[in-house]
Design a protein around this ligand. Sequence first.
Ligand SMILES: [Zn+2]
Ligand SMILES: [Zn+2]
Length: 259
Amino acid sequence: MNNITFTILGSSSGFPQPDRNSAGYVVSHGPALVLIDCGGGVTSSFMRAGFDPLAVDHVVITHTHPDHCCEIPLFIQLQHLAGRVRPLTIHVPEEFVAPLKAFLPSVYIIAERFQFDMTILGYTGGTVFEEPLHISAHPNEHLEGYADDIQRLDLSNKMQCHSLVIQGDSARIVHSADLSSFEELRRLLKRGDDLVIVESTHIDITDFLSFAGSNPQTTYLITHLGDVRAVEELQGRIDKTGLENVQLAKDGMSIPVTA
Ligand SMILES: [Zn+2]
Ligand SMILES: [Zn+2]
């Protein structure tokens, strides 16, 4: 059985912070790595953590806010410069496939020059891929507040944002991505989940903490954090509950999911 570890490359909210990178996570399954989201600073953070770029065959982007996807071109450039020959698949919300393919050549990311096959695949929900881990996407309402702008400006955006369920041999991880409410995440959670990654910016923390208190066997990691003051306040609220299964994310932090 391959051990699974979850590593935080970036734990900041959409408001970039001096001491945290934007959203990015690595799930390692034995020697295989999956990169989830690729916000600002994530590529450097990936290298700082000592990961091998060539061990990543799949990248999954939860949604296209800049703090989750702005370093995709840099991560592809890293793959090229690291000498990649194995295929690389970048899974993005279906609405982003055409814009990303159109954008990459403008920053001189030209797939025809690479020695590896790069595929940009769109998803809208359900299974994203099955190996080395089974990852499924679950649409949430995080981007629905843009509906009026999209209609008024006649944009092609479809407001696609997804939480992810990551299933390994004997481990289940739920990654919230950004949400519109904690209720959206709660629907995906199961008793006995090993690890739940919860974004803190758009949810009711009181609701969340009371849920975490009634599921002591699960580890909850709070990420997507604001400035130092906001983090201190959040830590104070966690400390008050006395919960030992709730932690605040830090860049570079690694959590073993299977022993
Ligand atoms: Zn975000
Ligand atoms: Zn977002």
